[in-house]
Design a protein around this ligand. Structure first.
Ligand code: MG
Length: 374
């Protein structure tokens, strides 16, 4: 990416820099350095064994948090390049956006949040920021990854006002009701495009949803019909893949067109103007409706499928059991957590559990609750 080709509304350099000052990188941009640090982190490698929708051991071809994050980055970069904004920053945000996810996907996050209800709560967006700000232990000169303000701001997608007030400069936009950079807005919608589409693919692969059911979703049905018309003999797996790729393409193209139209209308000439505008990165209203229909379908038929709910219930029991065991006796924590537990027992237990992969949590649960395991 050549910085001189960036649009005036793109982030070209880090305005607020890093919490601990460092010499400028040589041969790469600040945001490439952020991305590289994210890829080299332990939290990034753990994403390979964390649930997206299907628990890791349910099948080798389902998305994990890692493959999800890579798909988000791919979609985000395509959009960024077309809109002439900072592709490296978008990539860094996309690759880091789920670093704070617990094991077992949303079921795990809900369970940990319920355990922490009167203890400050647990929120995966905030935890992603905590991973890159505090929890990674890789560098001699600072805790965490010491990322730029812009990458950190992009990671913090949502935040309560109460939390925002405690977060310094990355929390300010929530208090001032401002938008984040174009790059952060793109990463946010790339996430949504990625998961809606890969959940259709994984849902069909698992057999929990069927092509027939999906035909009630207009966005899917229109592309399915096109594919069947052009390729009447195509085997079903390839029909699904071809339909999903066309949906992704339609969503990405619509997003770019609508965003270009918003840019023409509001003419932002700086990042500050992007922040003070309404969200500039958006779907057209028709696509927004179609996308909402797809999301609603997935919620009802996939995320609330009884087999998914059964797995979620098991996951919630595991997280709840682990939390209660460690809170009632912190001596059960591995020794590297002792110092942190002395300072803040609850938060260090939450950090330990949130960092677990699915299979590590299952094993740790066995080690704590089954006498024959050690
Ligand atoms: Mg995500």
């Amino acid at each position: 990416m050549v910085e001189s080709l960036l649009a005036p509304y793109a982030v070209s350099v880090s305005a607020l820099g890093r919490a601990v000052e460092e010499a400028a990188p040589t041969g790469r941009s600040e945001f490439q350095r952020d991305r590289d640090r994210i890829i080299h982190s332990a939290a990034f490698r753990r994403l390979e064994y964390k649930t997206q929708v299907f628990v890791n051991h349910e099948g080798d071809l389902f998305r994990t948090r890692l493959t999800h994050s890579i798909e988000v980055a791919q979609i985000g970069r395509s959009i960024a390049r077309r809109l002439r904004v900072n592709e490296d920053l978008v990539e860094a945000i996309c690759l880091a956006h789920d670093l704070g996810h617990t094991p077992f996907g949303h079921a795990g996050q809900d369970a940990l949040n319920a355990c922490m209800k009167d203890l400050g709560g647990f929120e995966h967006n905030l935890q992603s920021l905590r991973v890159v700000d505090v929890l990674e232990e890789r560098y001699a000169a600072f805790d965490g990854l010491n990322l730029t303000f812009e990458t950190r701001e992009g990671i913090l997608k949502h935040c309560s006002l109460e939390h925002a007030a405690q977060l310094g400069n990355v929390g300010e936009r929530f208090l001032k009701n401002q938008r984040p950079s174009m790059e952060a807005q793109i990463a946010n919608l790339a996430d949504e495009i990625a998961y809606n589409n890969h959940d259709v693919d994984d849902g069909l692969r698992s057999g929990l949803i069927t092509l027939e059911q999906l035909s009630s979703v207009r966005l899917f049905a229109m592309h399915l019909e096109d594919v069947r018309k052009v390729y009447p003999q195509l085997p079903e797996r390839r029909v699904v893949h071809e339909t999903v790729r066309r949906m992704i393409n339609a969503l990405v193209s619509d997003l770019i067109e609508q965003t270009e139209s918003n840019l023409r209308q509001y003419q932002p000439s700086s990042v500050a103007q992007v922040r003070n505008n309404h969200a500039l990165v958006a779907f057209s209203s028709e696509m927004h409706t179609l996308n909402r229909e797809l999301k609603a379908f997935l919620r009802t038929h996939l995320y609330r499928h009884y087999l998914v709910l059964r797995m979620s219930a098991k996951a919630q029991r595991i997280i709840g059991d682990l939390f209660n065991a460690f809170i009632s006796d912190p001596r059960l924590l591995p020794p590297q957590f002792n110092a942190a537990a002395e300072a803040d027992r609850v938060r260090s237990v939450a950090d330990y559990i949130a960092g677990m992969t699915d299979r590590y949590a299952i094993r740790e649960h066995r080690r704590l609750f089954f006498v024959e395991e050690a």
